[in-house]
Design a protein around this ligand. Structure first.
Ligand SMILES: Nc1nc2c(ncn2[C@@H]2O[C@H](COP(=O)(O)OP(=O)(O)OP(=O)(O)O)[C@@H](O)[C@H]2O)c(=O)[nH]1
Ligand SMILES: [Mg+2]
Length: 465
């Protein structure tokens, strides 16, 4: 899908949901224009596809922790299979569909549709695990569901995470999901009173999520706390998990303890039941509240991403590109100088040995000889431009693919090797500053909207009305 078509689709979708975001699309359009001009993204690419416009909630965690049961409970239907051994072996993207019957589509449907957050994921998998990306159906599936609970958002159920036996493809998808999500729920279960056995898994899940700029979007959920009834050790289990998590660097705020009432063991002791249930009810309500509010959080995140992209281009990409182009320019220049000097030396030597200049006795042959030399230098010059551009792009490709693209874009044969590094970036930086300011204004508008419509921006989003 070309960018123009994408803007149109997004506008259609968002006009019903949140008009403030309509303006934001035009700002993304301006950002794309800058990206295309510098060559950081290709003509058919758009920054709008680097973020999810659908509010997205990912559910991750160890196997059999109760992820699928939790989702079934939330949507109020038995959509996902659950069971006592590893059940899910792929990621399931659940979204609203108009059919009364739930429809299951293969991963290819997600890979090929730019409206979903897994667009082109097969290419990404192929980078870490060549060939695997073509088997995207083994990693992903899409389920549609007619339920108001998920109207206007996407839920993702995932296979149980086990750091030891995880394939690169799954790790890649997991990281991608965390990156794109507005809310990430990470499930552990209280049947393991000691988190020790899951050290690696914990390390990976918490490690990847905590590095994330927006750590507040990750909730850590200790599930199945009903199982602590038998030994009456809820506090011990909770504190041992909290210790393990804080060892990985987690700040305690986002830690919740719950269980699933429809899957729980029966608890005989009345007082115990009351205590566990009250803990669960409080924490679950807070989780559900975050899930329901995700559309609002997403609106902020989309605008924030515009600011982040602009800032990144200004402060990171442009300087890197300048450095790369300077290196390229000087390599080409040196090649030109060396070749010219070599040619002159060659002529000098020939002159000395065979008096070659005297043999060019007519003006015409002198012109021809001069022309041949110019052609030779020219040929070497253009060869050198392409050669060094390729080499420098290749060097950058591993660190930053966008810089690699921009190097190739800015070293085409008609570009000068001197003009860069001076003023070309100044105008662009001004435009980026304007975009960042406008982003902050949009955030202001969002604030006004939510503060004006209800004092506490909670529960109902406009799609659900
Ligand atoms: N006691 C108890 N059992 C639960 C709870 N939640 C889920 N279960 C049970 O735990 C088992 C695993 O639940 P699932 O929902 O399949 O877990 P999952 O995390 O989706 O597992 P995988 O998809 O295999 O990774 C099932 O037998 C559930 O009935 C809970 O809160 N308490
Ligand atoms: Mg499951």
């Amino acid at each position: 899908m070309m960018p123009e078509e994408r803007y149109k689709k997004l506008k259609e979708y968002l006009s019903a949901e949140n008009p403030v975001l309509l303006d934001v699309i035009d700002k993304y359009k301006a950002l794309d224009k800058i990206g295309h001009k510098i060559g950081l993204i290709e003509h058919h690419e758009s920054y709008t596809s680097h973020i999810s416009w659908w509010p997205m909630i990912s559910i991750l965690g160890t196997f059999s922790a109760g992820k699928s049961s939790f989702i079934n409970d939330y949507i109020g239907q038995n959509l996902q299979q659950s069971g006592n051994h590893a059940i899910d072996d792929k990621f399931t993207v659940i979204c609203y569909g108009n059919n009364d019957e739930s429809v299951t589509l293969p991963g290819l449907a997600l890979d090929a549709d730019p409206r979903f957050p897994f667009y082109n994921i097969s290419e990404e998998i192929n980078i870490v695990d060549p060939g695997e990306g073509n088997r995207v159906n083994q990693y992903l599936q899409l389920k549609t569901l007619k339920s108001d609970k998920i109207k206007g958002k996407i839920l993702i159920d995932s296979p149980g995470f086990d750091a030891d036996s995880q394939r690169d493809g799954i790790l890649r998808i997991t990281n991608h999901m965390v990156e794109m999500s507005d809310l990430v729920l990470i499930f552990f279960d209280a049947r393991h009173p000691e988190p020790g056995a899951m050290r690696d898994t914990l390390e990976h899940l918490v490690g990847t999520t905590i590095e994330h700029k927006d750590a507040n979007k990750v909730l850590y959920i200790l599930n199945q706390i009903d199982t602590t009834a038998k030994e009456d050790n809820l506090e011990d289990v909770i504190s041992s998990w909290q210790r393990a998590l804080s060892k990985e660097g987690l700040i305690s705020g986002n830690f919740y303890s719950i269980y699933n009432e429809s899957a729980a063991n029966t608890i005989e002791d009345e007082a115990m039941l009351k205590r566990l249930k009250s803990k669960k009810d409080t924490d679950l309500a807070r989780i559900i509240d975050r899930m329901d509010k995700v559309s609002i959080e997403r609106a902020y995140r989309i605008i924030k991403a515009l600011e982040d992209f602009s800032k990144e281009i200004k402060e990171e990409k442009i300087p890197k590109l300048q450095e790369a182009l300077r290196e390229w320019g000087s390599r080409v220049l040196w090649t030109d100088v060396v070749v010219s000097v070599l040619l002159l030396v060659l002529v000098g030597v020939s002159q000395f040995q065979w008096h070659i200049l005297e043999s060019l006795n007519s003006t015409l042959s002198q012109i021809i000889a001069g022309g041949v030399m110019m052609l030779l230098i020219g040929a070497v010059h253009f060869k050198a431009r392409a050669f060094f551009a390729e080499r420098i792009a290749k060097k950058w490709a591993e660190k930053d693919i966008n810089i690699a693209k921009a190097v190739l874009h800015n070293t085409k044969w008609w570009r000068t090797i001197f003009g860069f590094g001076r003023n070309w970036h100044k105008g662009i930086k001004v435009k980026l500053d304007v975009l960042m300011t406008q982003g902050r204004e949009s955030i202001q508008k969002l604030n006004d909207q939510f503060v004006a419509s209800s004092p506490t921006p909670t529960s109902k989003t406009s799609v659900e009305k």
